[in-house]
Design a protein around this ligand. Structure first.
Ligand code: PEP
Ligand code: MG
Length: 588
């Protein structure tokens, strides 16, 4: 039966495919397709892993027997019997085989998929004892997964996404059906893992439109919906689903008529992309001849190629924190960071790269995929520059790496979340110190312009201080909105209050652009507002001449720029900012 689930629209477009449910704790399991000729060897991998686990359990049982009942209670042995039984469970074995043979999933993916299917059956059991066996099944599966790690697949995970059109659905090959990932929650680092993956779309139960998870999903340029509440419970493994990333809706088990309608919409979207692609080499000039700088936001050095391909003229925001995440405390050293920054700089082929110093905390934890539960208000806690200043050795390491990369191209250094003059002075002296350290070591470094993010209202209210110390400003509207309106950008329950057109937000943005421009300093916007075509004309009217956004947005924003006349927009933009209800004037 067809039904729809509503969430928040994150990334444009339509995806039609089968649902793949992934538990948040298992996102680091490899997901890739094997070739038809590898089916047998992949099944053999699972068999070998299972045999190894069975032996492991037998050995454990022998140890238990040797220990005697005092040290090793009888229950332990009985539990291992249950584990052995689950290991031989026919539903588990045949299910895993099914996913490998019919869908060409790699062994780990097949195992976790079947685990999810069986897990639901356990959840629905009346008997409490049997329901409790789900945990045992998971433990057994974890043992098999660990064994599989030691038995490498004969097939390497393919690089590159598998975005498929509706026409591909007509193909017989099972792996040509697009797959849509449905999960309760994904951290930004989890999402990044899926960047080069097989999925054609994403849905998560939690998250706001401008959470970092959503931002990474958007950068992947595939349809995504977040904040879909209980989607991961309502959808079953392998259900047919449609994701409408424009409307923020997921349709489950669509009827043929609905499928045809969305197939049409999908083709329209692709035609539009094709049309936009022709603008790649067109200079971004407004009708009245204003030159507009369109820059890219990137998360990894490899994203530089997408930035170039989109026709951006540089990187306006390299979110360096993604190099630090999911490493279980092993932060990258100076050399590793230097190579990563250098790769981005060289990848941009002489165009400027703005590297933002690490911004972890709040909804971007370094490790755990869940929020930083230790602090009640992580967004107001030790985040971004506050963390860097609290960890000066870590910060100096990063600064040295950035300064060294600057010897290979044009680098701008951007500092997040500053609010206090004392923080500014401390940051600048650490930059000087890092350079002196390199000089003392006789290591080459390059000149950098140093800029500040304006993303805390307090910063936007003391602009003269910022303009005194910095070469450029970059407005982080995502946080500026969050902190001005006191709403958590990652919390879907207050997503309706996240309003870029709130007069207070607009005033802070307008004042920053005006003050920066009057002081002759470069000002850009690198928050999601810059890549949203709904706001291009307004920002142009407010005098903004530099926009930084996901590569996927660059051409659509360029189209808006080409159609705009800034001489006409200025008066209207002023009216919008000064209105009691800007959205009324905005849409009039
Ligand atoms: C912002 O806050 O607008 C921004 C660009 O930084 P981030 O989204 O990484 O917090
Ligand atoms: Mg920010």
């Amino acid at each position: 039966m067809t039904f729809s689930i509503h969430g928040l629209a994150v990334a444009r477009g339509i995806a039609i495919g089968r649902a793949v449910l992934v538990a948040s704790s298992r996102v680091d399991v490899a997901h890739y397709f094997i070739g038809a000729e590898e089916v047998e060897s992949e099944i053999q991998r699972v068999r070998s892993a299972r045999n190894a686990v069975a032996e492991e359990i037998h050995r454990l049982q022998q140890t238990i027997v040797a220990m005697g009942p005092k040290e090793a209670p009888h229950e332990l042995s009985a539990l291992l019997d249950v584990h052995l039984m689950l290991l031989q469970d026919e539903d588990l074995i045949s299910g895993v085989k099914h996913w490998i043979t019919e869908r060409l999933y790699n062994a780990e993916w097949a195992l976790t998929t079947q685990l999810e299917v069986l897990g639901r059956q356990f959840d629905e059991m009346e008997d409490e004892y049997l329901r409790g066996r789900k945990a045992d099944l998971e433990q057994v599966a974890d043992r098999v997964l660990r064994q599989l790690k030691g038995v490498p697949s004969p097939v390497a995970p393919p690089v590159g996404g598998r975005r498929k059109t509706q026409q591909d659905l007509l193909l017989d090959d099972a792996t040509d059906v697009p797959l849509v990932l449905v999960a309760h929650d994904l951290s930004p680092a989890d999402m990044l893992q899926f960047k080069q993956s097989v999925f054609a779309g994403f849905v998560t139960d939690v998250g706001g439109r401008n959470s970092h998870t959503a931002i990474v999903a958007r950068s992947m340029d595939i349809p995504a919906v977040v904040g879909a509440r209980s989607a991961s419970q309502l959808v079953r493994q392998d259900d047919w689903v449609i994701i409408d990333g424009d409307a923020g809706v997921m349709i489950v088990d669509p009827s043929p008529i609905i499928l045809a309608e969305y197939g049409f919409k999908q083709r329209q979207g692709e035609l539009e992309r094709g049309r936009l692609a022709r603008l790649r080499h067109t200079p971004a000039l407004t009708l009245d001849g204003q030159k507009i700088e369109l820059l890219a936001n990137i998360e990894l050095p490899e994203d530089a190629s997408a930035a170039l391909l989109a026709g951006s003229v540089g990187v306006g925001l390299f979110r360096s924190e993604f190099l630090f995440m999911g490493r279980r405390g092993q932060l990258p050293g100076e050399e590793e960071q230097y190579l990563a920054y250098r790769k981005a700089v060289e990848g941009m082929q002489g165009l400027p790269v703005t590297i933002r110093t690490i911004d972890v905390g709040a909804d971007k934890p370094l490790d755990d995929s869940r929020r930083d539960a230790a602090h009640l208000n992580p967004a107001l806690g030790l985040r971004a520059i506050r963390w860097s200043l609290a960890e000066p050795q870590m910060f100096l390491t990063q600064l040295r790496a950035i300064l060294r990369a600057a010897a290979h191209g044009k680098v701008r250094l951007l500092v997040p979340m500053l609010a206090h003059a004392s923080e500014i002075r401390q940051t600048l002296s650490l930059i000087d110190f890092a350079r002196a350290e390199l000089d003392n070591r006789g290591v080459a470094s390059g000149r950098v312009e140093v800029g500040a993010m304006i993303e805390i209202p307090a910063a936007a209210l003391i602009l003269p201080t910022f303009l005194k110390y910095f070469d450029f400003l970059s407005i982080g509207t995502n946080d500026l909105i969050q902190y001005t309106l006191a709403i958590d950008r990652a919390d879907e329950s207050v997503a309706h209050l996240y309003d870029p057109l709130h007069p207070a937000v607009l005033r802070l943005v307008a004042d920053t652009i005006a003050a920066g421009t009057a002081a002759g300093k470069h000002v850009s916007v690198c928050g999601e507002m810059a890549g949203d075509v709904a706001f291009t004309r307004l920002l142009l009217g407010l005098g903004l001449r530099s926009f930084s956004m996901h590569p996927a947005q660059v051409l659509a924003v360029k189209q808006e720029v080409l159609r705009a006349d800034t001489t006409r927009l200025a008066a209207w933009a002023r009216q919008v900012v000064e209105a009691e209800d800007p959205s009324a004037v905005f849409t009039a």
